[in-house]
Each structure stands twice: as structure tokens, then as C-alpha cells.
Ligand binder design. Structure first.
Ligand code: NAD
Length: 247
């Protein structure tokens, strides 16, 4: 589904991002994964090469909160692969602290990574995609971007902003042939969730209409659809993949 396409996936070293990287590679794309540290990037690359030695995958670890670093990394990928067709802005952190314990620094740092870094990625790929007359950006929102959550206010705030950025850039960049969408996962079995006791996972799952939490692959499939030509007329969409948890 992605033959001949070049993709960047931020936060591609584990969890949902790594599932997206693997899915894109399986579907014929060349993929550059961005992580926060060299060690975690190398670990992900080793893991992928053990699965399939000839997969066209590279890794970089720019500071996503520094625009110049993001621009340099995007240019390096464009030169290595011969362009960038797909950008997945997936790196993100969450928060749980009640307001009384929530420091202004923690609020700023979640906005820096979950929102400003997404803006940086979009801004860095836009001239490349505009010159090509086509491109696809997929941001990572969350089910909490619909109703908020009862603690850790920075996290839903950042994801509401991701939705606003997605819908606005879809309008701004449509005429350039660039589609901009987001995936809004529900609770997904990444490392953080895998570490929880089964009893707690069962409690989280109970109110979800599909009766369980999501698997990273099920979320990655939505990115594949949005990245592919099957979604050629889909833009400005926030696609929920949450078992109807919030509907
Ligand atoms: P994860 O913690 O397993 O992976 C996060 C990724 O982001 C890692 O690759 C990590 O290297 C990267 N990252 C973290 N801090 C970074 C930094 N400062 N600079 C650069 N990269 C950094 O997370 P996940 O659960 O796979 O989540 C991925 C995305 O999905 C996030 O945006 C998250 O908000 C969103 N999401 C996750 C869930 C869930 O239940 N797992 C639900 C809704 C939305």
C-alpha cells in the first residue's frame, strides 16, 4: 500500500510508533524513525533488522523541541531517501498529576513535545511536500481530546491543540496537495499498559463497548489507511481508534 513512499515517524522506537514503522515497512515504504536517544533508536533498528535484514529503515534522534534540529533531520532524510511523502508526528508524553501538584514547568514541557514539536515537524516537511505537489501528515491525538480527563490537565490540553493544528493545517495545505489527519487512540497496550496488573487492565476495559483495550497494531492500521492512497480524499479528519470508549 505504500510502495515508493518515504516516511518519517517520530517516537518510532517503541509502542504505537514502532508498530507504525513496522507496518509501513511491511507495506513497501522507506522509513526514518526518530527517537529521543541514540541508544533507543539503535535498539529499535536492531530489532527491526532482526525481523527483516533488508528493510530500508534509518534512525535519527533530533531534539524535537528545537526547530533547527528537526529541520536538519528532515533534510537528512529527504536527501537519503530522495524526498519525504509521509510524516507521522507520534512522539508524546502523558500526565496524571492533579492541578495542585502540576508544576508550570511540567505543563510547559508537555506542550513543548506534544504540540510545539508537532508544529516543528509540519513546518519542516511542508516545503518538501509543497515542491512535490503532494504529501501526507498524520498527527497523534488521543481519545481524551474529545472530553478531557479528570487529572493531568496538560495532556488533554495538548491533544485538543493537536486536533486544532490538524484541522487548521488541512485547510491551509489542501491546495498544495498535502493531506493532514490525526489518529486518536484509546487505551492501547504499549509498555506502560503492559506493566499494569491484569486486574487493573480488566477494570479499564469494562466500560469500553468492545470490551478490551487496543493493540498497537490495531492503531497502526489506521495510520496505514490514512497514509495510503485509499485515503486520497480524507483530510482534516480525527480518526478514533478506541473501541468506542468515548462515544
Ligand atoms: P510510548 O511511551 O510507548 O512511546 C513514546 C515514543 O515517544 C517513544 O518512541 C519515545 O522515544 C518518544 N518520545 C518520548 N519523549 C520524547 C522526547 N522528549 N523527544 C523525542 N521523542 C520522545 O508511548 P505510546 O503509548 O506508544 O504513545 C505514542 C503516542 O500515542 C503519544 O503521542 C501518545 O500521547 C499517544 N497515545 C497513546 C495512548 C496509549 O494508550 N498508549 C492512547 C492515546 C494516545
Amino acid at each position: 500500500m505504500l510502495n515508493g513512499k518515504n516516511a518519517i515517524v517520530t517516537g518510532g522506537t517503541r509502542g504505537i510508533g514502532l508498530a507504525v514503522v513496522r507496518t509501513f515497512l511491511h507495506n513497501g515504504a522507506k522509513v526514518a524513525l526518530f527517537g529521543s536517544r541514540e541508544a533507543s533508536v539503535q535498539r529499535a533498528l536492531t530489532q527491526l533488522r532482526e525481523e527483516q535484514p533488508d528493510w530500508p529503515v534509518m534512525g535519527l534522534w533530533p531534539d524535537l523541541t528545537d526547530y533547527a534540529a528537526v529541520e536538519r533531520a528532515v533534510q537528512e532524510v529527504a536527501q537519503t531517501f530522495g524526498g519525504v511523502d509521509i510524516l507521522v508526528n507520534n512522539a508524546g508524553i502523558s500526565a496524571r498529576e492533579p492541578l495542585a501538584d502540576y508544576s508550570p514547568e511540567a505543563f510547559r514541557s508537555i506542550m513543548d513535545l506534544n504540540v510545539t514539536a508537532v508544529f516543528h515537524g509540519c513546518k519542516a516537511v511542508e516545503p518538501i511536500m509543497r515542491a512535490a505537489g503532494k504529501g501526507c501528515i498524520i498527527n497523534t491525538s488521543s481519545m481524551v481530546s474529545l472530553y478531557g480527563q479528570p487529572s493531568g490537565v496538560g495532556y488533554p490540553t495538548s491533544k485538543f491543540a493537536v486536533n486544532g493544528l490538524t484541522r487548521s493545517l488541512a485547510r491551509e495545505l489542501g491546495r498544495a496537495g498535502i493531506r493532514v489527519n490525526a489518529v486518536a487512540p484509546g487505551v492501547t497496550r504499549t509498555d506502560m499498559v503492559a506493566a499494569l496488573p491484569q486486574e487493573l487492565v480488566d477494570r479499564i476495559s469494562a466500560p469500553i463497548p468492545l470490551g478490551r483495550i487496543g493493540e498497537p497494531q490495531e492503531v497502526a492500521n489506521a495510520y496505514l489507511f490514512l497514509a495510503s492512497d485509499l485515503a486520497s480524499y480524507v483530510t482534516g479528519e480525527i480518526l478514533s481508534v478506541d473501541g468506542a470508549a468515548q462515544t
